[in-house]
Design a protein around this ligand. Structure first.
Ligand SMILES: Nc1nc2c(ncn2[C@@H]2O[C@H](COP(=O)(O)OP(=O)(O)O)[C@@H](O)[C@H]2O)c(=O)[nH]1
Ligand SMILES: [Mg+2]
Ligand SMILES: [Zn+2]
Length: 302
């Protein structure tokens, strides 16, 4: 039996994967026997650690996919037993990117990204780009999110401000950038990985079609270690339908209060003796965050 080597899947196309093994990238096919094993999840995606064998000089074969520590996924639409659509295995953090200037910060959308990250057990980091356009005082929303425990990195892809801190935060981790069109995600990624040369659109061009034509999922290696994940599914994150029971668990600042509601299954909307509503009225929980909770709850049909 040939010796196997462990590697990281960095690109996935139909039937083949690119695997990074000790600094080299090899293209490998997936062993047929693996493909035929019944499963409820994707067999092999970017971020997976795999064992690869080399039956002859020319070919590499994935013989085993190692268990995933975490996965960033969504349910395939439709009824009946649904297969999980895993976008990235072992994703460590979601860089939730907004900006000063335009497009204006939409805290509802910010909360939606944070909830998706919490639900997927991926660490969210708030990135505020276009620092060159910011007002002198730190905005009040920033204090709210920092008090909850989220970190806010202020950066500028134009001037380079804060890029050292951002690069350090990415080091050694698998990260993905999400956020509204026009916030400067491509500009930031280009600054971090200039050889990628992503397409940057002027804000006015952002409603046009034909961008992001590639459907391939990739991990891009960072010079200092770590990877950026790029998949069409992550780009569409802003439109994900939420179907989350226990949505209140995805709002970290509610955790301390929800235990003290009179009703165990309190929805924190209309019940008497609701400790969450009391906390909002007392100013201990931010009212806009609570409003996001109520709106997302309605959307989730919970
Ligand atoms: N003033 C300023 N403009 C920026 C900065 N970063 C990006 N932009 C501009 O914002 C627009 C959208 O950038 P892009 O990277 O395409 O955003 P994406 O849609 O999030 O990928 C472009 O016109 C960029 O030139 C920045 O740090 N400061
Ligand atoms: Mg872009
Ligand atoms: Zn309650």
């Amino acid at each position: 039996m040939a010796e196997t080597m462990q590697g990281l899947v960095i690109r996935s196309t139909a039937g083949f994967v690119d695997v990074l093994i000790a600094g080299d990238v090899v293209q490998a096919r997936i062993r047929g026997r693996l493909k035929n094993t019944p499963r409820t999840t994707d067999l092999c995606v970017i971020g997976d650690q795999v064992l690869v064998s080399r039956p002859d000089e020319q070919s590499f074969v994935v013989v085993e996919v190692l268990p995933r520590a975490t996965r960033f996924s969504r349910r395939q639409p439709g009824r009946g037993p649904r297969k999980e659509d895993v976008l990235v295995a072992n994703l460590d953090q979601l860089m939730v990117t907004f900006c000063h200037g335009r497009p204006v910060l939409n805290t509802r959308l910010l909360d939606r990204f944070l909830v998706i990250a919490e639900h997927q057990r991926v660490q969210p980091v708030i990135v505020m780009n276009k620092a060159d356009l910011r007002e002198p005082d730190a905005p009040s929303w920033q204090r709210v999110y920092e008090s909850i425990g989220y970190s806010v990195l202020t950066v500028s892809a134009s001037t380079g401000e804060g890029m050292g801190t951002l690069t350090a935060a990415l080091q050694g981790k698998i990260s993905a950038f999400v956020g509204p069109s026009g916030a400067g995600k491509s500009s930031l990624i280009n600054r971090i990985l200039p050889e990628l040369d992503l397409n940057i659109a002027s804000v006015s061009e952002h409603h046009g079609k034909g961008r992001h034509t590639t459907r391939v999922a990739s991990l891009y290696a960072l010079p200092e270690g770590g990877f950026l994940a790029d998949t069409p599914g992550i780009r569409e994150l802003g439109t994900w339908a939420l179907s989350i029971g226990h949505l209140d668990r995805c709002f970290p600042e509610l955790r301390a209060h929800r235990e003290r509601c009179a009703f165990r299954s309190c929805s924190h909307t209309h019940e008497p003796q609701c400790a969450v509503v009391d906390a909002v009225n007392a100013g201990a929980v931010d009212r806009k965050r609570y409003e996001s909770y109520v709106l997302l709850r309605e959307e989730a049909g919970a």
